[in-house]
Design a protein around this ligand. Structure first.
Ligand SMILES: [Zn+2]
Length: 165
């Protein structure tokens, strides 16, 4: 099923839809085609991969909850110290809780059991362990979704519409 990235009139990503819905928006004149994949759908219509709404839609800001699931997702289900991917993943407080490290997007990362035990009650610097990525708050859940699709290797043309990917 071919997916289509829908941009707001401001060119910011709004959501992801399927190609049928996207084509309906195009045919109704509610959106314009921005990118297509070169496949012909009708004589004068290429299969869209990115469309843009003609009218701006107001979107309320939605905060992403700080949960184990969302942190694992942000970190690609891989240990942020050794890149291990597998079942035995834990959450590590970069600055340990016992040393006043808080629960925040910036202070919690995915770590495998081995690294977590090895690091123990120390900061990464003290333990001589290097974080692969600087932990930070994700932009939005849509950003999550878009990143997933791009990382899967498809939808490369979405990249230029998503900041920081
Ligand atoms: Zn590890």
């Amino acid at each position: 099923m071919s997916k289509v990235l829908v941009l707001n009139a401001s060119y910011e990503p709004l959501n992801i839809t399927n190609w049928r819905r996207a084509v309906i928006l195009l045919l109704k004149g509610k959106a314009e085609q921005v990118e297509h994949n070169g496949k012909c759908l009708y004589p004068e219509l290429m299969l869209p991969t990115v469309i843009r709404l003609r009218h701006y839609v107001q979107v309320p800001y939605k905060e992403i909850p700080l949960t184990r699931r969302n942190i694992l997702h942000r970190d690609n289900h891989s240990c942020q110290y050794c890149s291990y991917t597998g079942d035995e993943l834990t959450l590590d407080h970069v600055i340990p809780r016992s040393r006043k490290g808080g629960d925040s997007w910036e202070n919690i990362v995915t770590a495998c059991v081995r690294c977590n035990v090895k690091k123990g009650n120390r900061t990464p610097k003290e333990a001589n362990m290097v974080l692969r990525n600087q932990p930070r708050q994700p932009y939005s859940s849509l950003h999550f979704e878009v990143a997933k699709h791009i990382k899967n290797g498809s939808y490369q043309e979405w990249r230029k519409y998503a900041i920081g990917l």
